[in-house]
Design a protein around this ligand. Sequence first.
Ligand code: ADP
Ligand code: MG
Ligand code: MG
Length: 294
Amino acid sequence: PRRRVLSIQSHVVHGYVGNRCAVFPLQLLGYEVDFINSVQFSNHTGYPLWKGTVMDGDQLWDIIEGMKANNLLEYSHLLTGYIGSASLLQTIERLVALLRQHNPGLIYVCDPVMGDHGKLYVKPEVVPCYQEIVPLATVMTPNQFEAEKLVSESIVTEEDAVAACNKLHKRGVATVVMTSFHPEGVEDHLLLIASTRMSQDDGLPSQLRLKIPRSAAYFTGTGDLLTVLLLARLDRQPRNLKAAVESAVASLQAVLQATVKAAGESAFAKERDAQVAKDRELRLIDNQHLLKYA
Ligand code: ADP
Ligand code: MG
Ligand code: MG
């Protein structure tokens, strides 16, 4: 299967995070996308409240058994995002092995969603499960905090960030994209650090940093969308990390700018308010042309 993705992430009925950021863009880029919802919530957790249900490992395995019985487990890519419980993540570990029996070349893109800015938003027992999953992943897209958790070391300097990428390579991950690194004392930009062991076209760097101007607006789902764009761009240009990353970030930034413009003052509001959260949902449908390959 050339372009057939199994995506396991959260689902919200209204708005854009998790699978709602993944399925449509991937389909637009020509991928068959089969998806399993790790949660089904009314809306994302930036709203004053949310309602819904959470999947556990047994429920996931039940679905996998149905797929297995019908010989439906041939995928080019597995993509995982928010996985809230240890039982679900352990089941994904079993699933990766099963999918590789059907396709030894399966690319596993793992966004190790654990938290941000010093705060965990999964149960603490999920952290060691992600550490265990590292050797199975082909591509990982942690933010700075998640990279710290994966390697059990604090990341303060850019050298620390690169060292963390190298440590993940040693454990078997071919490509690491640290989607945001915040250098101390720097307010006006963030850094993205990308590193690969895949052989690159002649003379191209296998490690690079991208300076991204920081917007004062608040967003949800940006990391989820970036991981999807990276999956597609890296698939298209596996021997040019720099081009793939630049193209993914350019698309994402264009969507963010369009979202800020459409959200007006709500883009910068600090309060947890339903209307504000709704106003700044990513504008994926209106701006779908920005997701396509440039
Ligand atoms: P996560 O949501 O997983 O923590 P990141 O915070 O790393 O994801 O954000 C992913 C990408 O979204 C960044 O690489 C950057 O391109 C973009 N982004 C996120 N927040 C901002 C911001 N405030 N200003 C500009 N770009 C942002
Ligand atoms: Mg972040
Ligand atoms: Mg994220």
